[in-house]
Write a protein that binds this ligand. Structure first.
Ligand code: ARG
Length: 456
């Protein structure tokens, strides 16, 4: 029997039970539901709304129920719809009248909101810590290959030489902003909704501040309708996770390119690759591909929830029960990604010779020549044009700009001197980009120091 059958003559049809139930997935919230109820009954007793003896009995029965859930001996029932009613019914079965007091001054509408916030608080902290671990793996790989030079790309075309470490540190910055977004989201998650009850609050003399203190919430919700109706805090979280996944997806794409035969810049540890059931020679970067692919579900989950929420009249509507599956799916997906990614990064080995060879393409130093001319007093736009012509001339003669003789160069760039040939070194090129945010070894070293200290 459900807990709301009082005004009904008939039980819900089986098909109704099947579409209504959320216990199959919201049991994930059992711990939060129990912690929330314990704080709630302690407050009810403080306020003399229920006897202290009832609160104590409820609390210890909840501890018992928690153990049973963890030992998988707790009998969940679909008929009881969700985690809240499963636990409440167990309390009533065990404690009778005392158990029937737990739901005083509370509705499942504020209860589910509380549970979700508690769950997210826990997950945000854990995910942030795991992103830190990922940053650590990037920092240690960047330190290991501190001096490796590779081509930097725009439009997937050779652009300018960069340090491999610079490339990895770019992701470290992105992941830092991902953590920042999660922490910012946490401020809005960390608000205590209990007391909002079904939608308008309660006539009973509860003390919301006390409940908030017991559950370590720094803030209490200010509008009961808003508290039970809005899921913006989940939308934000799913958005932060979707953006994180976008970063993972781009890093994955870089890795997939780098391990391809065409690039051959890096290789991954065998334990992070898979073979083909047909082609014996294959070593595929499936982990990176799967992480890139999983980004789709993370985007989907965000759109899923935004779509559920749009057009709902205030306040609570049952549509909101559909918030949980995308939330849990995003969390689990990100947990899986973060369990594998740092180890996969650690397994990278660089093919330094191949990377340097690619970065030694003299075309990559064309900007350096234009900037060299700027220092000789030539306006940048004119310098750019001259170097462009030099590249065109070399191409027409089936050679590269570094192979041209000085008199030939001077015909196109009269201001050129023999020191122009010093510019064709990729290591000189990176070293000269010695400004904050630039790719010079000095800059990368100091950023590596910054990260090592921060991530300690
Ligand atoms: N399982 C429900 C949910 O997730 C709990 C709230 C149900 N409230 C209600 N009025 N039927 O939203």
């Amino acid at each position: 029997m459900t807990l709301w059958h009082g005004r009904f003559a008939k039980s819900p049809a089986k098909s109704v039970r099947e579409i209504s139930e959320s216990i199959s997935y919201d049991k994930e919230l059992y711990e939060e539901d129990i912690n929330g109820s314990k704080a709630h009954v302690a407050m009810l007793a403080e306020q003399k709304i229920i006897p202290l003896s009832s609160a104590k009995k409820i609390s210890s029965a909840l501890d018992q129920i928690k153990k049973e859930i963890e030992n998988q001996t707790f009998p969940f029932s679909e008929e009881l719809e969700d985690i809240h009613m499963n636990i409440e019914k167990a309390l009533i079965d065990r404690l009778g009248g005392d158990g029937a007091k737990v739901h005083t001054a509370r509705s499942r509408n504020d209860q589910v909101n509380l549970d979700t916030r508690l769950y997210m608080r826990k997950k945000i902290r854990a995910i942030s810590e795991n992103i830190r671990e990922l940053q650590r793996s990037l920092i240690s790989k960047a330190s290991e290959y501190k001096d490796v030079i590779m081509p930097g790309f725009t439009h997937l075309q050779h652009a300018q030489p960069i340090l491999f470490a610079h490339h990895l540190l770019a992701y470290c910055e992105m992941f830092e902003r991902d953590i920042d977004r999660l922490e910012d989201c946490l401020r809005r998650v960390n608000v205590m909704p209990l007391g909002s009850a079904a939608l308008a609050g309660t006539t009973l003399p509860i003390n919301r501040k006390s409940t908030a203190e017991k559950l370590a919430f720094p803030k209490i919700s200010e509008n009961s309708l808003d508290a039970v109706a809005d899921r913006d805090f989940i939308c934000e979280f799913l958005s932060a996770l979707a953006i994180f996944a976008m970063h993972i997806s781009r890093l994955s794409e870089d890795i997939i390119l780098w391990v391809s035969q065409e690039f051959s810049y890096v290789s991954l540890g065998d334990e992070f690759c898979t073979g083909s059931s047909l082609m014996p020679q294959k070593k595929n970067p499936d982990v990176a591909e799967l992480c890139r692919g999983k980004t789709g579900r993370l985007y989907g989950n965000l759109i899923h929830l935004l779509t559920i929420c749009k057009g709902l009249p205030l306040s609570y509507n049952r549509d909101l029960q559909e918030d949980k599956e995308p939330l849990f799916d995003s969390v689990k997906t990100v947990e899986k990604i973060l369990a594998v990614y740092p180890q996969m990064i650690a397994s990278i080995t660089c093919n330094k010779r191949r990377m340097l060879e690619a970065a030694s393409d003299p075309g990559l130093m064309a900007t350096d020549i234009a900037e060299y001319l700027v220092m000789k007093g030539i306006p940048f736009r004119n310098a750019h044009k001259m170097v462009g012509e030099l590249v065109k001339h070399a191409e027409k003669n089936a050679t590269t700009i570094d192979k041209l003789a000085l008199p030939e160069i001077k015909k196109i760039i009269p201001a050129a001197d023999k020191d122009i040939f010093n510019l064709f070194s990729p290591s000189a090129s990176v070293s000269k980009r010695n400004l904050q945010g630039g790719t010079a070894p000095e800059q990368i070293s100091s950023r590596l120091k910054f990260w090592s200290k921060k991530l300690k």
